[in-house]
Design a protein around this ligand. Structure first.
Ligand code: NDP
Ligand code: 2IT
Length: 446
């Protein structure tokens, strides 16, 4: 980076947050875009705006003790990072995965600030989670963990303070257990304290589908700028969780053939097009492994040890986890004629892979724009909760479509304004940042 103010802020981030490599990566990626912005706005440096932006407002780390089905005491570590509240209450998911550490939660919380700004719905940025691994645990074990986790977390959240939701390893089951415990501790039915609730008790219709649907809506709008659409595209989606499943569904609805998806053990390829009912039965009903798909379907093959990005496609939607698409993968995708790559996951594409895709004219939708449909619909759930109302599926999905279109257009217009046409990474970073920065300026040194 060639701006001395930005350089010094990044150096401070490295020094003050040793070992947090994902956090460094996420900060670097945003700061890299901000050079022309801080040059246009010298007032930001005068109030140490970037220095404040990269330091979370509050970080909570706590112990979660629970008892497993064999009567043994288990201990996990949990986090809630309340990163920035310039635009509204902290908002962002909870991740339960053995890889979770402070650096991962901070990278996710940092990304969330700009993503949430782009939704235009008045939500600040935060993230949390634990190194608890729900795989292979019984429902009772998951419940006891969630109750213990919420016993501490409840002191730090509230519908106007901080509103968690799901992320990897946290879906409807976990939100249910956590809400039950919160309600008991608060002695109040404060529906808006968590989003992603069941639709019968305060949840929004279309929240389950929202991230995957929104990802495809955003990608469709990018394709439109090149007079293309999903119709007839050959699509590969990594992951087979919440985001992946509904991205597959929406892409199929728009006429694409989705030929591959994965989990952490391997990937399946089905040249006939993936059978979504079967995937949902395996993943949503049985909490099984994606290898079971290939056992059930003669047209499919299961691959262990390779990269899913070796499967030729014209649209790639990485929707599993961070840094799952590297430079080699990007080269393979380009060689195979990829037209668009859009991030369903947070930061799935390594920085040199992103650069390579952009340099080769691939439409690239960064996660903080392309996967914002989930948190946007969470904000719609908060609106419904505040009015004790429930909207129809169609109304909610229509709002989601408008929001995704507007995020796309805002990113594109901002990129144009700074003479970076077609650069959605730049557009998302700058549009999100500017909104947060102006709110921080107005609110004084806090
Ligand atoms: P789920 O837990 O529902 O699914 C995660 C999927 O990714 C599973 O197939 C899982 O496989 C795979 N996966 C997880 N970790 C790894 C890993 N380390 N290596 C390889 N595969 C892995 O999570 P979501 O679908 O909700 O989340 C997926 C991504 O989307 C995450 O990056 C999340 O931050 C992001 N996201 C989620 C939103 C939401 O609303 N849920 C909103 C915006 C972004 P396995 O079962 O084998 O672990
Ligand atoms: O990364 C994300 O945006 C999410 N996991 C969803 C957050 C939310 O509050 O719905």
């Amino acid at each position: 980076m060639s701006n001395s103010y930005i350089d010094s802020v990044y150096e401070q981030v490295l020094t003050r947050n040793p070992g947090e490599k994902e956090f460094h990566q996420a900060v670097h990626e945003v700061l890299e875009s901000l050079e022309p912005v801080v040059e246009r706005h010298p007032e930001y440096e005068e109030v140490a705006l970037l220095e404040r932006l990269v330091e979370p407002e509050r970080q909570v780390i706590f112990r979660v003790p629970w008892v497993d089905d064999h009567g043994r005491v288990q201990i996990n570590r949990a986090y809630r990072v309340q990163f920035n509240s310039a635009l509204g209450p902290y908002k962002g998911g909870l991740r339960f995965h053995p890889s979770v550490n402070r650096g991962i939660i901070k990278f996710l919380g940092f990304e969330q600030i700009f993503k949430n700004a782009l939704t235009g719905l008045g939500i600040g940025g935060g993230k949390g989670g634990s190194d608890f691994d729900p795989h292979g645990k019984s429902d009772n074990e998951v419940m006891r963990f969630c109750q213990s986790f919420m016993t501490e977390l409840s002191r730090h959240i509230g519908e106007s303070t901080d509103v968690p939701a799901g992320d990897i390893g946290v879906g409807g089951r976990e939100i249910g257990y956590m809400f039950g415990q919160y309600k008991r501790l608060a002695n109040a039915y404060e529906a808006g304290v968590l989003t992603g609730k069941g639709v019968g008790w305060g949840g929004s219709l279309a929240r389950t589908e929202a991230t995957g649907y929104g990802l495809v809506m955003f990608t469709e709008r990018m394709l439109t700028t090149r007079q293309q659409s999903f119709d007839g595209q050959r699509v590969v989606v990594s992951g087979s969780g919440n985001v992946a499943i509904y991205a597959i569904q929406k892409a199929q609805e728009l006429g694409a053939t989705v030929v591959a998806c994965s989990d952490s053990a391997g990937y399946v390829v089905d040249e006939d097009g993936l059978d979504l009912d079967l995937i949902r039965e395996i993943k949503e009903l049985r909490r099984g492994r994606i290898s079971e798909y290939a056992s059930a379907k003669p047209s499919a093959r299961y691959v262990v040890g390779g990269s899913i990005w070796d499967v030729p496609c014209t649209v790639a939607l990485p929707s599993a986890t961070q840094n799952e698409l590297n430079l080699l993968d990007a080269k393979t995708l380009v060689k195979n004629g990829v037209v668009a790559v859009a991030e369903g996951a947070n930061m799935p594409t390594e920085p040199d892979a992103t650069d390579f895709l952009k340099e080769n004219g691939v439409l690239f939708g960064p996660g903080k724009a392309a996967n914002a449909g989930g948190v946007a619909t969470s904000a719609l759930e908060m609106q419904q909760n505040a009015r004790r109302d429930q909207w129809t599926f169609d109304h909610t999905a229509e709002r989601l479509q408008q929001i995704m279109d507007s995020i796309h257009d805002r990113c594109a217009e901002t990129a144009d304004d700074y003479d970076h046409p077609g650069d959605y990474v730049f557009g998302a970073n700058v549009a999100g940042f500017t909104q947060v920065a102006d709110a921080m300026l107005a609110q004084g040194i806090i």
